[in-house]
Design a protein around this ligand. Structure first.
Ligand SMILES: N[C@@H](CCC(=O)N[C@@H](CS)C(=O)NCC(=O)O)C(=O)O
Length: 214
């Protein structure tokens, strides 16, 4: 299989760690931010990541359908064990939704600075500003302390869980951990200090998820 990603994309990193935890052979393709021709050709015009191409050449776009496709049979038993399908998927949706909504604002100024190519830097800003208004990336930098506080509030119950058990649903990582891991990978791509500022325990948790890969 092939996974098309930006390395900072939380949705792509969720799928990537899922593939790794499942021990599924795959190739990671880093998509150029400013040249998505291969992706557009493959998908018929969809230029977000992640995109998964399976061994039969079937193309799946959007991380939730990709996870649904991967999590069947033994893979489902391993990463969405019964009877916790409901809360595990619900946590993954919380991570992809309300939690991502705060954490991407914390990461974005640092991600913006990471682009070496001025055209890509400007494109990153343009895409954010068209959705969130002019100057949004600068505003998120100015308001970073408040955003970090919001992130800490959203994460407090998860951190309480992680003080008692190594992973969100107990002794083994699940899809929920993959989703939270994806967000931490995004923060780390911007600046690893951001994870520590949210909670030092999250840096240790990220390493635990990585160590759980077969
Ligand atoms: N709902 C989609 C969201 C995918 C998404 O928003 N991907 C972002 C990266 S995190 C993207 O490709 N953005 C395009 C861009 O920045 O131009 C999923 O779960 O896959």
């Amino acid at each position: 299989m092939k996974l098309y990603r930006f390395d900072y994309s939380p949705y792509a990193r969720k799928v990537q760690i899922l593939l790794e935890l499942l021990g599924k052979q795959h190739e990671v393709v880093d998509v150029s931010y400013s040249d998505r021709t291969e992706l557009a050709t493959l998908t018929g015009g969809y230029i977000y990541v992640p995109v998964l191409v399976d061994d039969e050449g079937v193309v799946t776009v959007e991380s939730r359908p990709i996870c649904e496709k991967l999590l069947v049979g033994a893979a489902k038993q391993a990463l969405v064990p019964s009877p916790f399908e409901g809360p595990i998927w619900a946590y993954a949706d919380f991570a992809d939704g309300p939690l991502e909504d705060v954490l991407f604002r914390i990461a974005s100024p640092a991600l913006h600075h990471r682009f070496r190519d001025p055209g890509e830097q400007a494109l990153f800003n343009l895409i954010k500003e068209r959705k969130f208004g002019a100057g949004c990336v600068d505003q998120w930098l100015q308001g970073r302390d408040a955003l970090i506080e919001r992130g800490q509030r959203l994460l407090a119950p998860s951190l309480a869980t992680l003080e008692r058990v190594p992973f969100l649903f107990g002794t083994r990582p699940t899809l929920a951990d993959a989703a939270l891991y994806g967000l931490l990978a995004m923060l780390e791509s911007g600046d690893p200090e951001l994870i520590v500022r949210l909670a030092p325990a999250l840096a240790r948790y990220k390493e635990r998820v990585e160590a759980a890969r077969p």
